[in-house]
Design a protein around this ligand. Structure first.
Ligand code: UDP
Ligand code: MG
Length: 160
């Protein structure tokens, strides 16, 4: 599957979105899915799981030296996470805008973090920050047979 191809519909990409344990506890799964569906993105993979420390260590490998790393791993393994793969034109950049700044105090109202969180250590949702990062993260969280390539009947009303 071509993860980032420039075609008639712009750059079709995939990104990893994860509702973090606090987001699941706050019953935000439906709200978050709703926002991505309504924007026009296509859900191609989804599961509820208890993330292992091994998976989280790979996922956050670039933050290993940070002071908050061990509390981040504790937080992310404190309960179930809903991991999703969303597909669409520029979905990586657009989903970061929908999610808002890492620190909820800087996240604008209308963004997911800006509407549902106030603490950087409980910021509700993860979104990949680049196309390459998304490809790496999707490979960590999903087997290829867990991703479904399906045709959206809305496609011609979503893209020119
Ligand atoms: N984080 C934290 N304290 C910080 C910075 C980050 O607890 O000072 C956590 C927070 O949950 C954040 C995650 O580490 O979402 C990953 O950090 P990153 O800088 O990649 O932010 P993101 O890409 O999630 O916006
Ligand atoms: Mg990040």
């Amino acid at each position: 599957y071509i993860l980032s191809s420039i075609g008639a519909h712009g750059t079709q990409e995939r990104t990893l979105i994860a509702v973090k344990p606090d987001g699941v506890q706050k019953r935000l799964v439906g709200e978050i899915i709703k926002r991505f569906e309504q924007r026009g993105f296509k859900l191609v993979g989804m599961k509820l799981l208890q993330a292992s420390e091994e998976l989280l260590a790979k996922h956050y490998h670039d933050l290993k030296t940070k002071s908050f790393y061990s509390s981040l791993i504790d937080y992310m393994s404190s309960g179930p996470v809903v991991a999703m793969v969303w597909e669409g034109s520029n979905v990586v950049k657009t989903s970061r805008a929908m999610v808002g700044e890492t620190n909820p105090l800087d996240a604008r109202p209308g963004t997911i973090r800006g509407d549902f969180s106030v603490d950087i250590c409980r910021n509700v949702i993860h979104a990949s920050d680049s196309v390459d990062g998304a490809q790496r993260e999707i490979g960590l969280w999903f087997q290829s047979n867990e991703l479904v390539d399906w045709e959206s009947c809305l496609h011609s009303n979503t893209y020119q």
